[in-house]
Design a protein around this ligand. Structure first.
Ligand SMILES: C[S@@+](CC[C@H](N)C(=O)[O-])C[C@H]1O[C@@H](n2cnc3c(N)ncnc32)[C@H](O)[C@@H]1O
Length: 202
């Protein structure tokens, strides 16, 4: 099911699998470090099917660089590099949890040739998104986190406006509050929302 020029917010009321699960996990984790700042979402990985659908929805191609803010165990990035017909030139993830970063560096980054997959251990709010060099961002985060990211995402879209490579964002499960997505699609009862630079948002 595809909706063009959908009002993303109206779709948020239709919580499906991934959204419900992520919300449930964030409540279950109450009292742990995952609900204390600067964490804005618990580690709940998307399925490989959803990762693949999100990357295809963004029309990732060989000239792209894919970024995942809050990359978890790196499955979106791995799927980008190994699962697509035309994989991106490289992929980069930001992750705050040092245990996940350790796992990524020991077991995931090592599977790729140098420079293909980079992991930045950081709070995503402290990173200048321009430094990632990404043309596509995939975000699986809670609405509060997406709301807080809006100034960085707006700046990223604005900086890319003159670029020959169109910048795109696909969010999984939750739309960016207050922004109209360009398209939305439902895959296995999971919503994906697509945004690009055609409309520069304030
Ligand atoms: C819902 S999981 C998504 C994981 C992965 N992107 C996926 O789709 O499978 C959210 C991730 O964001 C990370 N995270 C939460 N707050 C963060 C922050 N402020 N900076 C960087 N990562 C953060 C969590 O540790 C977790 O791994």
């Amino acid at each position: 099911m595809i909706i063009d020029n959908a009002n993303a917010n109206s779709l948020d009321s239709q919580l499906e699998d991934g959204a419900t699960f992520l919300l449930a996990r964030s409540s279950l984790n109450s009292g742990t470090e995952y609900l204390t700042m600067p964490f804005i979402a618990p580690f709940v990985p998307c399925s490989v099917e959803i990762a693949d659908a999100a990357l295809n929805f963004a029309k990732v191609d060989a000239w792209d660089v894919v970024g995942d803010l809050g990359c978890g165990d790196g499955r979106v990035l791995v799927q980008a590099l190994t699962g697509l017909l035309r994989p991106p030139q490289r992929a980069v993830g930001i992750e705050l949890d040092p245990r996940l970063v350790e796992h990524l560096r020991q077991n995931v980054v090592t599977r790729f040739e140098k420079g293909k997959l980079a992991i930045i251990e950081s709070d995503m709010f402290k990173v200048d998104l321009e430094e990632l060099g990404a043309s596509v961002l995939v975000l699986y985060l809670l609405p509060d986190g997406l709301e807080k990211l809006k100034p960085q995402l707006t700046a990223w879209f604005k900086n890319g406006a003159e670029s020959s490579l169109r910048r795109r964002i696909v969010t999984i499960a939750f739309s960016i509050p207050g922004w109209n997505c360009d398209r939305a699609v439902q895959v296995s009862r999971q919503w994906l929302f697509y945004y690009d630079v055609r409309e520069i948002r304030e």
